[in-house]
Design a protein around this ligand. Structure first.
Ligand SMILES: Nc1ncnc2c1ncn2[C@@H]1O[C@H](COP(=O)(O)OP(=O)(O)O)[C@@H](O)[C@H]1O
Ligand SMILES: Nc1nc2c(ncn2[C@@H]2O[C@H](COP(=O)(O)O)[C@@H](O)[C@H]2O)c(=O)[nH]1
Length: 433
């Protein structure tokens, strides 16, 4: 496992390179490994740049992710092809992207549960999906199906907004028996998307609920990403109860946060949602991102950064604390952190597809690094208490933000490589210190 984020560390990480004296006592150190699991609707993104009239003509809603039937998919695809509008085709799916990015960043294993076409032709969407997924993502547990995987028409309007039209194929056919109980129970996290709950009569919703049950029994954090505000605003109360009952870590953007809580200010939305879960990653486009969660009075750490004004005054005071599950705190209190986009954002953003998934992958990396460190160095002072993450709220903000930047600066929602070892933007002296 790679170190989460770029910085110098006072803890021994990775654990193989620990104190030479201890190494002499234990010359052969075989680190114990961790992994994360996730469930997704197996989808290929078909990206096209279109105008608003196209969106209206096909009965779509700008910014939404909508399911379309076969006839609508056919008409849409025909028009895209006729006018030569398709610019890219690559593996997608919000959890598929997150697992791929996690494995790329951590250089470590993730396991994806989903479906895959039984018969795959070279060049087909299924083939492309497999080719565009990191070899660190374990796809051995995919359920074979007699039909195509899903297609996600990713339609980008002039303003950079993306609208998704989903042609399901067999993407929702995942059955519970293909979710491996041991793998879920031994993972550092189970990652799910709200999209899994809109499968109608198809079995993927039940498979997700089965996985949630395994995670609960194994004490594994359940991480939920909200997908789109349109889904949440249909029934915010239902989602609030769902989160309160099942979710440890919530990932959302500011629009989804508002749909869930009724609060337009991301800080106030996080404050409210913390009543239902333990840790929140809230991305806010050009405003950057927030982390919010619980920490324990006994282990709180005050920031050395400037205290920030906002809907909650000086909200970042304890951002150097590490997130802890509320139930693991003796005296829980809420801590928050915020960061503006890395370097103000890339010079040119061709689209923001996957920027949120990238940020979540960084958070997952930090969570699994914590487990990895605890498994291998249980006596480290870091594990005097049971933290959810390896790093502080502030550090997670930095890392997530940096990864989002990388996704924005490239074309696909999936990272083609990890972050650079050294940041060109940081002065040489930082690394030499
Ligand atoms: N226009 C932008 N300028 C600079 N950074 C941006 C911009 N849009 C997104 N980002 C970065 O990407 C992150 C995630 O973006 P966001 O659009 O909120 O995610 P989502 O894909 O979930 O809607 C932000 O927190 C920020 O760091
Ligand atoms: N599993 C599903 N993934 C979906 C669906 N609609 C869109 N998407 C995927 O989201 C990412 C972009 O994520 P974001 O971070 O920019 O919001 C993209 O790659 C799509 O494939 C869906 O219904 N199910």
């Amino acid at each position: 496992m790679k170190f989460p984020g770029q910085r110098k560390s006072k803890h021994y990480f990775p654990v193989e390179s620990r104190d030479p004296l201890t190494n002499e006592l234990n010359p052969v150190i075989q680190p114990k490994h961790t992994h994360v699991t996730g469930i997704d609707q197996t989808l290929v993104d078909i990206e096209a740049h279109i105008d608003e009239a196209f969106i209206a003509r096909h009965g779509l809603v700008k910014g939404n992710s909508m399911l379309i039937d076969d006839a609508a998919a056919h008409a849409l695809y025909e028009e895209l092809q006729q006018h030569d509008l398709i610019t890219e085709e690559f593996a997608g799916g919000t959890i598929g992207n997150t697992l791929h990015n996690y494995s790329t960043l951590a250089d470590d294993r993730s396991v994806m549960f989903g479906v895959m076409s039984r018969n795959i032709h070279i060049g087909s969407y299924a083939y492309r999906y497999l080719c565009n997924t990191s070899s660190r993502v374990d796809l051995n547990h995919l359920q074979p199906v007699d039909g195509p995987i899903g297609r996600c028409f990713t339609l980008i309007t002039e303003c950079g907004e993306r609208t998704f039209a989903i042609s399901k194929g067999c993407m929702d056919k995942l059955e519970s028996q293909f979710v491996d109980e041991t793998l879920v129970k031994t993972a550092s996290a189970l990652v799910l998307t709200a999209y899994l709950m809109r499968a109608g009569d198809d079995p993927i919703t039940e498979a997700a609920m089965t996985a949630i049950g395994y995670a609960r029994d194994g004490g594994v954090p359940v991480v939920l990403t909200l997908g789109t505000r349109f889904l949440i605003e249909q029934d915010p109360k239902w989602w609030q109860e769902f989160i309160a009952e099942h979710v440890t870590v919530l990932a959302m953007n500011e629009e989804e946060a508002e749909a869930l809580t009724g609060e337009a200010d991301p800080l106030l939305a996080c404050d409210k949602a913390l009543e239902w879960c333990d840790l929140i990653l809230c991305t806010a486009g050009a405003t950057g991102l927030y982390t919010a969660g619980w920490a324990d009075e006994e282990f709180k750490r005050e920031t050395s950064h400037m205290l920030l004004p906002g809907a909650i005054g000086e909200f970042n005071r304890y951002e150097f604390s590490r997130p802890v599950r509320k139930s693991d705190c003796e005296q829980p209190f809420k801590a928050y952190s915020h960061i503006a986009p890395f370097m103000g954002g890339p010079e040119k953003i061709s689209n923001t597809n996957g920027a949120g998934d990238g940020a979540l992958a960084a958070l997952l990396h930090d969570m699994s690094a914590n487990d990895y460190h605890r498994l291998n160095l249980p006596n480290s002072s870091k594990h005097r208490y049971t933290g959810l993450c390896y790093s502080s709220f502030a550090q997670i903000c930095k890392y997530a933000n940096r990864v989002s930047y990388e996704v924005l600066a490239q074309h696909s929602p999936r990272l083609s490589r990890g972050l650079p070892e050294r940041e060109d933007s940081l002065e040489e002296a930082y690394w030499e210190r």
